[in-house]
Ligand binder design. Sequence first.
Ligand SMILES: Nc1ncnc2c1ncn2[C@@H]1O[C@H](COP(=O)(O)OS(=O)(=O)O)[C@@H](OP(=O)(O)O)[C@H]1O
Ligand SMILES: Nc1ncnc2c1ncn2[C@@H]1O[C@H](COP(=O)(O)OP(=O)(O)O)[C@@H](O)[C@H]1O
Length: 509
Amino acid sequence: MSNGWVLPDEVLRDAPAYTPRSYELADLELLLAGAYAPLTGFLHRADLASLARRGRLVDGTPWPVPVTLEVPGDLAAGLQLDNPLHRALVITDPEGAPVAAVDVTDAWPTRDGRYGVGGTVRRLGDGGHGPFQRLRRTPEEVKSLLPPGRVLGVVADRPLHRPQLAQIAHAARTLAAHLLVLIPIAEPGPDGLPSEVLVRAVFAARDRMPPATLVAVPLTRRGDEIRDALLRAKVAAAYGVTHLLSTGEMLSGGGPRVLVPRELAYDNRDGQWRWRDDIPPRNRRLALRPDEINDLLDRGFPLPEWHTPPAVAKELTRARPPRRHRGLVVFFTGLSGSGKSTIARGVADSLRESGDRTVTLLDGDVVRRELSKGLGFGKEDRDTNIRRIGWVAAEVARHRGMALCCPIAPYAKARATARAMAQTAGAGFVLVYINTPLAVCEQRDRKGLYAKARAGQLTGMTGIDDPYEEPTDADLVIDASEVSIDEAVRAVLDHLTETGWVEPRLQPA
Ligand SMILES: Nc1ncnc2c1ncn2[C@@H]1O[C@H](COP(=O)(O)OS(=O)(=O)O)[C@@H](OP(=O)(O)O)[C@H]1O
Ligand SMILES: Nc1ncnc2c1ncn2[C@@H]1O[C@H](COP(=O)(O)OP(=O)(O)O)[C@@H](O)[C@H]1O
């Protein structure tokens, strides 16, 4: 692929515009920056087939992952692939501002009426926005800043605590290398840490690092550890890394040499971090695992100084305050008439009495009137409804409020999206499945909908002729045919108290 194409402004003005999904935009940014070199655009079918078969592009270049762009079918249908003046696609960011153009030279149907498109990309506009712009340097810029000689790369997808900092210092010293820290910022980290917090936490450890250059890179994970590691190695190499410090798989193949560090432990005799087997067990403290660190933060305990530099601890504590001070989404799901609204109302009343947190009740009927007016009960509309509820709830929780939602939410994927939105907002998410049997809901039939559905006067009724995917990830399950309303409300409050989201004293006697 060559990157030298030029299109007159009129062509771009008339070209269709499209805002891709966030991971596609992240790939686009890496392509435009030259961090995916030698790739200069989204891959064609032939390259994708070759990649699936032998891990190489058609021209033999090893490449670990598909780099693809999907667009709606009608948009693809409007492109004339054999006419350079009628095959440009303008890529816009989520606010609608153009960021790039794709010279689409291949298009093929994928699924759900969508099309894959391949072709060279070119930057448009001023190169984007978002936090930490200054840190989003291109490989060329970074390489011009690096001193000659070896470059030790570290992909910091988690904050750096003392054990990691000791490993880095040891490797940099041994190799006599300059340090380049790549901070992935396209998505929350593996433990859900928002990327801006990650950047701040990594910077907070800077004075504990050897001389270093720090770069923010819109790297995403594809979910395949080895391929992800290979892609990171490729991107790191594009930034000038000669040796990559890995915490994952040992990798071979082109690119930088990968170093797998030894596990260090804290030696309480002299306060040093050294190879764990060199320390007698009684003097040894192992590094905390990410879940242990999160647990300390959730319960409001300080991160111990032997493990975490205070400046890093400060950032993490600020980003992850104790659960009782954090926003929370309590998401009830279950069949119509199962008791979601009744129980949620009881929980909301009790929390309001305590007055410690603001409470927003996103009740089904109110939501369908105010937020989702006009939506029906087909899968797409239900998913849209849940997405809207999840979005509003996440915003409430972002500002440390509590949102209680009680839609049917019959589809697991939509519920997972709501969970992800809350977590991305730095809030908690508790899924409460009210699994009252259908027979009981039907017997209650407060709105007469079940009777209508049985009589064939209403189609698409959840539980009758429309699906309800039972949650496998519920944090709490309540069968409201087995317990009273008060007991159900109490069960939710007890769960919130036990898991630290609500202070014990906040419950009514
Ligand atoms: N076809 C069909 N299926 C299920 N429910 C129906 C349907 N048509 C209308 N209703 C009434 O709408 C309420 C459910 O709306 P939700 O917004 O909770 O549904 S969803 O989450 O978007 O699936 C639900 O109210 P609740 O009983 O409060 O759950 C129903 O009374
Ligand atoms: N243990 C219980 N928990 C919740 N609701 C109950 C219970 N027992 C009886 N009910 C009644 O069942 C109905 C549940 O309706 P609602 O809360 O609107 O359900 P949903 O929001 O799931 O559609 C209400 O009329 C409520 O009074």
